[in-house]
Each structure stands twice: as C-alpha cells, then as structure tokens.
Design a protein around this ligand. Sequence first.
Ligand SMILES: NC(=O)c1ccc[n+]([C@@H]2O[C@H](COP(=O)([O-])OP(=O)(O)OC[C@H]3O[C@@H](n4cnc5c(N)ncnc54)[C@H](OP(=O)(O)O)[C@@H]3O)[C@@H](O)[C@H]2O)c1
Length: 393
Amino acid sequence: MMVQTRKQQTFLVTGGTGFLGSHVAVDLLSRGHRVLVLARGRSNSSASQRMEQLLNWFGIRKDQRMDLKILQGDLNRPGLGLDPRDARVVSRETDETVHCASDTSFSPDRREQVERTNILGLENLLDVVRESPCRALHLVSTAYVAGKSRGLCAEDFGQVREFHNVYEETKFRAEKIAAEHCAVNRITLYVYRPSIVYGNSTTGRTTLFKALYYPIRTLHFFQKLYTRDILENGGKKARDMQVLLGGNGVLHLPVRIQSSDECGLNLIPVDHFVEAFMAIRRGCPEGGVFHIVNPRSTTISRLADYTRRFFQLEGVRAVEPDEFLKQPRNGLELLFDSYIRYYGPYMQDRRIFENSRTSAILAGQNISCPEFSYQVFATCMRYAVETDWGRQL
Ligand SMILES: NC(=O)c1ccc[n+]([C@@H]2O[C@H](COP(=O)([O-])OP(=O)(O)OC[C@H]3O[C@@H](n4cnc5c(N)ncnc54)[C@H](OP(=O)(O)O)[C@@H]3O)[C@@H](O)[C@H]2O)c1
C-alpha cells in the first residue's frame, strides 16, 4: 500500500539575520518545513557565517539545519542579487514567501535608503517570486502604519495621510504594493502588523535592543556614566546635571518623561509574535490584515516604575505635558530627549489597535499575549545587561 505523505512546503524568508526573520525561520524549520533564507553578507562575514552564528544562538544542532538553505543576496539589487543557481532554486521551489526584511530606521536623514529597501526592495522580491509557484505572501508590516491616526485603528487597509517618520510611511506604501501585486497574480496576502516586539517572555532572550530597550538603555548608560563620575572623578559632571548618589547606592537621575496615563506602549514578546504568526497562517487560509498586539498597553509611568526598581534608580518618572510649562526641562532631560527623539511620539500614544479578527483566530487556538509584568521586564533587562545590550551576543 502506498503511504501518502504531504509534500514538504518550502518557504522563502527574507531578513533571516534579523530579529523577527530569524525567529520565524527557526520556527518554520522546527515544524519540518524547508526554509530558504535570504541574507546579506558583511565586510567581515558572509551571509552563511552570519546565519550559522544565529543558529548557534538559537541552539539549533547541525543535523537540524539540513532543511535550511542560505541564499546570499540583497533586496536592493535586481533579482535580489542572487547567483543564478540560487535564483533557480527560488523560482522552482518557493511555495510561500515570508517578507521580514526591512530598513527600520526612523531618521529623516536615511529617507533614501529606507525607501530603497522598503519599496524598491519589495518590488525586487515580488519580481523574483512572480516566476515561482509561490501562492502565499506573508508581509511583516507594523501596527504603526496607522501613522498619525487617532483613536481606534482598524484591522484593514485604511487610508492614512500623515506619518511620524519615513519608516511608517514606507511600510504603509509597501502594504499597498503587496496588495496590488497579490490581487493581480492571485496570491494570498497576509499582512501581519505587530506592535512593539521585545524579547522572549520566558527567557528574556533577544537579538535586537531597539524600541522598548532604547530609552531604558539610555538611562542605564547615564547611570553608569554618572556613578563613575561621582566615584572616580569627583562628580562634577553629575553635579552639573543634578545627579546624586545616595548612601544606599541608589542614584537619583532627575529625568521626567512626557506622557500621561491615557498613553502607553503596546508591547508583545517575540514568542507571542511567532505563535500568532503561525496560528494565523494555519487558521486563516484566505489571508488578510492582522494586528498582533497586546490588549493592554503599558503606561510610561509603569515602565518608569519598573526601570527604577530594576536598575535601582530614583527620579525617573512620567509627567503630564503641562509640567514642563511650570518647570522647563533640565540639562539631563534635554540630553535624554535628544537621545530618544525619534521615539517621542510613541511615548504619547493613545491609539487602540482594533484586533477582533486576530483575537478570534488566536482565541480559537488558545493563544493569548503574555502580560508585560515586572517579572517579564526584569527577565528581559537581565538578559540585556548580561549581553551588554547585544554587544556580547
Ligand atoms: N522589532 C519590532 O519591534 C517590530 C515591530 C513591528 C514590526 N516590525 C517589522 O518586522 C520586520 C522585521 O523587523 P526586525 O525587528 O526583525 O528588524 P531587524 O532585526 O533590524 O531585521 C531587519 C532585517 O532586514 C534585513 N535587511 C535590511 N535591508 C536589507 C536588504 N537591502 N537586503 C536584504 N536584507 C535586508 C536585515 O539584514 P542585515 O542583518 O544584513 O542588516 C535584517 O535581517 C520588519 O518588517 C519590521 O518593520 C518589527
């Protein structure tokens, strides 16, 4: 009797060296799929060497890597810069494409590069997979395509006219391009819109220390800088910034962060992102737009509280905007704000990301977003400090 086995699915994953792309690629691999990973080389390491390092970080044994093929390439080059043999593999074997690669810079100075990667890069990718048997495109977008919209942000392709930065704008445009391409070529499109993704909720492990991490990392940097100044160099810099070290070893950093209790960061751990991604793919064969978000945002006040507790700090707190009218920003606050200038709008986020479609799919598979408790925060920060914010990964 012939045993019918299901054909192994082949996924092309872009952004394989990135935070979300690597997690998705590894998860697909663990589910028995074949994975073609597009990755760039760097001047001192090839795409393969970079991916090998990451696979070691994930603890993937050599024998578990058999179904992974690394394709050295670059989205910004026609044909993705693939060598002809790799291009043939992609065009013959790709069943589904997961597009995670992106330029995630918010800086207006990088507009040209961000547009090139997020728009032209996507078009190059679509040109390549057009020739393949690919029947599903999974586009990893962001909840922040909502731009400067207020209130409830719908889980659909809405119209948005204003954005905080080039990243949001190009991600919004990319969704439209993908939608048009998929409609014309009869490809099922999944648009995943995660909010802010942090490390693993159980282990704290991450390879990316931006977004949630960046303002906290800045405060930790101030803590080290001024503690050293006080203990080793007479403390003049600290005095100039009104930074004091208490007898109990607790540092007073006078940093007020503009926000209010109606605002907050929408945070999801990477394990939830991957679990939700897989559940949506499995549970929704028709595709669509999916907000992968936390039903509860975390206020800046709570985040400041967690930060003070974990790092043994005083003085860091969230305040209403009118506080700054009564008492203008001090030197340290001006410095802090200049470090986090691109994140400012996210500290005052009042939006709610509607997610009834996604939550129905996730509820049907018993999946819920872990709470961003102090314990989860502390686990993530412990990992961040242990790895010197990724420098010692
Ligand atoms: N992390 C979050 O909080 C978050 C939240 C919402 C949405 N997202 C979305 O999730 C996706 C993945 O983001 P991430 O957090 O994983 O960012 P990431 O760690 O910075 O990864 C970005 C990936 O894109 C690759 N890439 C950039 N330009 C490329 C090019 N020209 N050719 C080939 N690859 C290129 C990078 O390669 P190199 O390693 O060579 O630079 C890297 O692998 C993005 O689409 C982002 O918009 C992320």
